[in-house]
Design a protein around this ligand. Structure first.
Ligand code: F0G
Length: 518
């Protein structure tokens, strides 16, 4: 028996089964602006307002005509897509344009070297590799100093210096060669330790082997713990815990000193941590913008520990917050910036890490590559996206701020009318979160059961889709928060539709009447 093409027989069968349960499985056949279209049973197109918008990848909407036109033109031009190892590429133009924008926003003349990948998570992985190279270089510097000290001590011993009591005790005698061997043995053990990363509780940095270990959600991270370096997670409202975590993980290398003819041992701090990764607006956590105070504390902590501060702007960046980088609004001063999602204009797949020149390890250029990484098509398309963002004095940023403020005011008004149902409205620009109160103590057994099975968010999503033609999902790690990230072309009519849909949900929850969920 053959199955019909497009049936979930050979892929996504389980996913489709789960989505079907909530009426969320649909086949969209066309997309334009903020609208996705599916075919009704009678064959007519039904438009759905897409508030998810690729979870932040569609600043200019689905199939933006200007971007589509440019993509066609690039292909007509026979743009070289694959020309690896030729030195020059369109990615260099893109890197230059990205520098112009981020140097303006960060108010710095520092250069940022760009490393390109194929997706958000891949760009995060590149940043992890780069940070580990940086740590490796810091370890090498420390070891070189220790090696010099050991040789200086050897010469001093030949000239009559003696071992301190502590040094002699370590090897059970006053033998310098034994001491040097023991120091080398112990240091090698410490150096073999895998690195650690710092990240924020609730943070999301992708789902590849290494990046998923920096993603806090235990469901995503847990099964793969054994595969990659681990993170220590800090609550975003407790930056004072950073110092404690660093102290708990402290490791040292042994160094040798010679003073007044006595050879002694000292401990030197070993670079345990490779980097601190954060999102300036935490997306998956439930749309939590970081405070300016935290931005300052993170910078200070990274300077103290000696690790790069990596700002993951994959979801919040590219103008969504009203500025190119969301971090700009809180005065964040990162060492690396990661962009993806909207960089490709909704059509090309690419991600980039921009590394401050003062922390850049150029060797990575020869040892990290990928077939489609920095390809001509996506580089030139991203250049077009940047141009569109910057056009007319940054009109796109202003639209994100203005449209976002209008949508946020709509949500705030609902919260004022339904304080018993709506817990909080959060976010900046077109990255908004609409959080409902926890319903686990609902008087309705159906609603209570739905919460217990983590199904309420799906039920609400299904209702909004079917009854109001709104496509919206909760964030993955905060199921009470609906994430609103449409394009800058958000219309008043679309805002009104969401207003009606959200109010309907609020009234159902106020009445605790699950029978009205469609
Ligand atoms: N970092 C952040 C902050 C993200 O929001 C995402 C993806 C990634 C990294 C990974 O990027 O999907 O291109 O590999 N977030 C999507 C979401 C999946 O659901 O919010 P990717």
């Amino acid at each position: 028996m053959t199955s019909s093409p497009g049936a979930p027989e050979f892929a996504d069968s389980y996913l489709v089964e789960v989505l079907t349960e909530f009426g969320l499985a649909l086949k969209y056949v066309r997309a334009r602006g903020n609208t996705l279209y599916y075919l009704a049973d009678d064959g007519t197109e039904v438009g759905v307002f897409d508030a998810a918008s690729g979870f932040g990848s569609l600043m200019f909407g689905h199939n933006n005509p200007e971007i589509v036109e440019h993509a066609k033109w690039l292909l007509d031009q026979q743009t070289p897509v694959h020309a690896q190892f030729s030195g020059y590429s369109f990615a260099l133009n893109l890197a230059a344009e990205l520098n112009a924008v981020i140097r303006r926003e960060l108010q710095t003349d520092d250069k940022f070297f760009a490393l390109f990948g194929n997706s958000g998570a891949e760009a995060v992985e590149i940043s992890i590799k780069h940070a580990e190279m940086d740590r490796g270089a810091r370890i090498a510097e420390l070891k070189a100093e220790i090696d010099t000290h050991v040789e200086q001590a050897r010469t001093a011993v030949a000239d009559g210096a003696r071992l301190s009591a502590d040094a002699a005790a370590l090897v059970g005698g006053a033998d310098f060669d034994l001491l040097a061997a023991e120091v080398a043995r112990r240091n090698a053990q410490t150096e073999a330790r895998p690195p650690l990363f710092l990240a924020l509780e609730g943070g999301f940095h992708g789902k590849l082997v290494s990046s998923v270990q920096l993603t806090h959600n235990a469901e995503f991270r847990g099964p793969f713990k054994a595969l990659a370096a681990q993170a220590r997670f800090i609550p975003r409202d407790r930056p004072e815990l950073i110092a404690k975590v660093v102290e708990d993980e402290r490791a040292t290398l042994l160094d040798i000193t010679v003073q007044d003819g006595v050879v002694d041992l000292v401990e030197r701090d070993f670079p345990v941590f490779a980097a601190f990764l954060i999102e300036p607006i935490m997306g998956e956590a439930g749309i939590f913008p970081l405070s300016a105070q935290l931005a300052g504390a993170l910078r200070e902590a990274c300077d103290t520990i000696g690790v790069p501060l990596i700002s993951d702007e994959i979801q919040s960046g590219m103008g969504r917050s009203g500025t190119f980088l969301a971090g700009t609004q809180i005065g964040l001063k990162p060492d690396y910036i990661i962009l993806a999602k909207a960089l490709g204009g909704g059509l090309a797949k690419l991600g980039v890490v921009l590394v401050n020149e003062h922390r850049y390890r150029k060797d990575i250029e020869l040892i990290h590559t990928s077939t489609y990484g920095r390809d001509g098509f996506s580089s030139r398309l991203a250049l077009k996206v940047l141009q569109m963002l910057e056009a007319e004095d940054g009109k796109a940023y202003q639209l994100a701020a203005e449209r976002g403020a209008k949508a946020k005011a709509m949500m705030e008004a609902i919260k004022a009318d339904y304080p018993d149902v709506v817990r909080e409205v959060r976010g900046v620009g077109l990255m908004l979160g609409f959080e409902l109160h926890d319903q686990s103590n609902s008087s309705s057994p159906e609603i209570r059961e739905a919460v217990e099975h983590e199904a309420l968010a799906f039920i609400i999503g299904g209702h909004l889709l079917r009854k109001h033609q709104i496509r919206i999902f909760s964030t993955a790690s905060n199921l009470e928060t609906m994430r609103f990230e449409p394009s800058i072309y958000l219309s008043d009519e679309e805002i009104a539709r969401v207003d009606a849909g959200f109010r309907d949900i609020c009234q159902i929850l106020r009445d605790q009447d699950a029978s009205r969920f469609e």
